[in-house]
Design a protein around this ligand. Structure first.
Ligand SMILES: C[S@@+](CC[C@H](N)C(=O)[O-])C[C@H]1O[C@@H](n2cnc3c(N)ncnc32)[C@H](O)[C@@H]1O
Length: 397
């Protein structure tokens, strides 16, 4: 095939983009594939100096939004519906707002309509104060301080893999001896942001665990029995989705988490769903449930603590109970960029890690479980995850 000249390639890509249907009408998996192709173009074309520049400036979009968009309602006039923002004060009279709005304009969130007037683009409306995406930004803005200390931390520990959950870059950055989860409990805004982020997690990951695991066959119980305990289940978003998917299945659902998290649950989770405040390192309050389920809970902990949590569940299981571990699972090769970033995030906040399938199976075996089957969704979205179905060693399913 004859190669295109740069001008022909630009014309061909521009023409193809002009013919694309509106993004909302394209299935998500196709959109992700298209973005992957665009990224290949970027990697192939970008001169290294531009790569360096993009990497160095990557966090400024996040800095601009900072979970408080618009940055200050009092300093930014509007039409009351968030449709039009007018920067009342400018950089000249000492306010920083004008400069932040200019940064947001360069990041395609607002457009400069007139001299001091900015109008939000559709994307910006998703990031307004209190919106879920604003909470995501806030959460990662807080985490950025731990990132800033990572290299200093590793150098001072001779680049050993961190394994002490109470001595990670997070503790250095925030000058605290508290574990990140204890620290969150005394920082309600960050705790709230964390909980919101967990609720959004996995939205880009293709199918849900209950689309893959035969829930109706495997977790059928009598009406009075607990069908599933979601250990470290956050605000109960996963349990609520499962309930909505199988509204008539008998049995109770339980979500367990730390008191500060359970207190945040505002809307009732539904009939037959109970929320219990507890510590997963202490004795499990629900004995004999059909399933004990953990989604992205163990990845927050190094092996030592993960084994303790699994031990508390093991003690509470009945003859026919099953353990379901829904976890990010790094492929041995070509791990997706987002997944390896989460691996480093785990290191920074918790001295923990994202594990490979081999590491998960090894961990579960050390906790005296036999992995019966590893369930995977065909579509993995932007991540890589699996559901580990396990039973206590010596028991058949
Ligand atoms: C990464 S989040 C995952 C939340 C939820 N399972 C999900 O996938 O969205 C980990 C959860 O573990 C909870 N957690 C941490 N330490 C805990 C403890 N000692 N006892 C109970 N829950 C705990 C956190 O509050 C948080 O909600």
């Amino acid at each position: 095939m004859a190669s295109l000249s740069p001008a022909q390639a630009i014309a061909a890509v521009t023409a193809a983009l002009a013919q694309l249907p509106p993004a909302e009408s394209i299935p998500e998996s196709d959109r992700l594939q298209l973005l992957g192709v665009m990224d290949q173009v970027r990697v192939a074309m970008e001169p290294p100096i531009l790569t360096a520049r993009n990497l160095c400036f990557a966090h400024y979009g996040l800095v601009g939004i900072r979970g408080r968009f618009p940055p200050d309602h009092r300093a930014v006039g509007g039409d009351g519906q968030g449709r039009k923002l007018r920067c009342v004060r400018s950089a000249i009279d000492g306010s920083s707002v004008g400069r932040i709005l200019r940064l947001l304009a360069a990041n395609h969130l607002v457009i400069q309509a007139a001299d001091q007037t900015y109008q939000p683009l559709p994307l910006a409306l998703g990031f307004t104060t209190g919106s879920p995406l604003a909470e995501v930004i806030k959460h990662f803005y807080t985490n950025m301080r731990a990132s800033a200390f990572l290299d200093e931390y590793l150098a001072s520990h001779e680049y050993r893999n961190p394994e002490d959950a109470w001595n990670a870059p997070f503790q250095w950055a925030y000058q605290t001896q508290e574990h990140h989860f204890a620290w969150l409990q005394t920082h309600p805004e960050d705790q709230h942001a964390f909980n919101v982020v967990m609720g959004l997690n996995r939205q880009l990951d293709g199918a849900q665990w209950f689309d893959v695991y035969p829930v109706e066959d495997k977790l059928r119980v009598s009406p009075h029995r607990v069908r599933l305990v979601d250990v470290g289940g956050g605000l109960g978003h996963d349990v609520a989705r499962c309930k909505a998917r199988f509204p008539d299945m008998p049995g109770k659902l339980v979500v367990e988490d730390l008191p500060a998290v359970i207190r945040e649950i505002q809307t009732p989770l539904g009939e037959d769903v109970e929320a219990i405040a507890c510590d997963m390192f202490a004795a499990q309050p629900v004995h004999g449930a059909k399933a004990y389920y953990l989604r992205t809970v163990l990845h927050d902990w190094p092996d030592q603590q993960a084994l303790q949590v699994l031990g508390r569940i093991h003690e509470a299981m009945a003859e026919d109970s099953v353990l379901l571990v829904n976890e990010n699972t790094l492929p041995e090769q070509a791990a997706p960029a987002g997944s390896v970033a989460v691996d480093i995030l785990m290191m920074e906040l918790y001295a923990s890690l994202e594990r490979t399938e081999k590491q998960w199976i090894d961990l579960l075996q050390r906790a005296h479980f036999t992995v019966v089957k590893v369930w995977r969704a065909e579509s993995q979205g932007v991540g890589s995850h699996a559901l580990y179905e396990a039973v206590p060693v010596g028991r058949a399913l």
